[in-house]
Design a protein around this ligand. Structure first.
Ligand code: F6P
Length: 327
């Protein structure tokens, strides 16, 4: 193995995701295993600019694999969008002799890394971490599995009261640009309809179908809406349904940030551990400016420059299955 780096730093950036701590643990312990010095940057790029950097050791990451959130905290830095901010960030790395950077986050965080590495020649490696699972090039992103399971657990509870009252429930799950949480949690909870940003929402179609169900006395109906759905999210869908179905008892529930917290699932802990390990190996092997993803259960290294939000790639078959099964 060619060792091209000796001191690395890592950060979590953008929205947090359950499993980020497991990735931090994996990066720190793999780095130490290979004899590197490892630094943790607090609050993402903002902490890098503000020189909020701590030396990590094996104990700093003890007892965190099971915890949600991120011990390094996270932020969406506006200052890093400016050259002046990036210059300060570079100087803070340089004065410590840090020659490799691991960024755990989503496509926005990866775009920051591309600019930074080009301007200052800092080798960067990304780890795909976002509950939305919206990064092209990886079948998994850290946090998605936990978030989808949290949504399923919450929707199951809502179903109890929904059934008891013969109600229609509109439940909004997270996903500003991607409908994966909605698609997975909706299918897993037997939703009648799933509304996602990748597909134009035909509200009249839903109204007609609910009216037809009303006629045959099927009063319990579950509609799962991704927050980024083009019709305007859960509240708007609920408002229009209430207007058009005066006899139905319609309730709206926005699940919100509950989906970002909690103990990571086994799946998220294992992919985070594997990605963290391979991110450090990538830096050591000179495979720079890529992010680590997983495709067909194999590690996948995609140039950071190609990291883009995955949009419009929802498998139509899933929605068709949901329709057929929701009779
Ligand atoms: O991390 C992704 C995400 O949870 C989106 O689904 C959501 O739209 C957004 O972050 C919310 O961000 P914030 O916590 O900054 O309001």
């Amino acid at each position: 193995m060619k060792q091209k780096v000796s001191r690395i730093a890592l950060m979590t950036s953008g929205g947090d995701a359950p499993g980020m701590n497991a990735a931090i643990r994996a990066v720190v312990r793999t780095g130490l295993y290979y004899g590197l010095e490892v630094y943790g940057i607090m609050r993402g790029y903002q902490g890098l600019i503000e020189d909020d950097i701590i030396k990590m050791n094996s104990r700093s990451v003890a007892n965190i694999i099971q915890r949600g959130g991120t011990i390094l905290k996270t932020a969406r830095s506006k200052d890093f969008l400016q050259l002046e901010g990036r210059q300060t960030a570079y100087e803070n790395l340089k004065k410590r002799g840090i020659d490799g950077l691991v960024i755990i986050g989503g496509d926005g965080s990866f775009r920051g890394a591309v600019t930074f590495s080009k301007e200052f020649n800092i080798p960067c490696v990304g780890i795909a971490g976002t509950i939305d699972k919206d990064i092209a090039g990886s079948d998994y992103t850290i946090g998605f599995d936990t978030a989808a399971n949290t949504a399923v657990e919450a929707i199951d509870k809502i179903r109890d009261t929904m059934e008891a009252h013969d109600r229609v429930f509109v439940i909004e799950v997270m996903g500003r640009d991607a409908g994966y949480i909605a698609l997975h949690s909706g299918m897993a909870t037997g939703a009648e309809s799933i509304l996602i940003p990748e597909q134009k929402t035909d509200i009249n179609d839903i109204i007609t179908s609910l009216k037809e169900k009303e006629r045959r006395k099927k009063l319990v109906n579950l509609i799962v809406v991704a927050e980024g759905d083009d019709f305007g999210g859960g509240n708007e869908v609920g408002r229009v349904l209430k207007e058009n179905l005066p006899k139905a008892e319609i309730r709206v529930c926005i699940l919100g940030h509950i989906q970002r917290g909690g103990a990571p699932s086994c799946m998220d802990r294992t992919i985070a551990s594997r990605m963290g390990y391979h991110a450090v190996e990538s830096l050591l092997e000179g495979r720079h400016n890529v992010f680590v993803g997983i495709t067909n259960n194999e590690m996948n290294y995609i140039p950071l420059e190609q990291a883009v939000k995955m949009k419009g790639t929802i498998n139509e078959e899933w929605l068709n299955i949901v329709k057929i099964l929701a009779k």
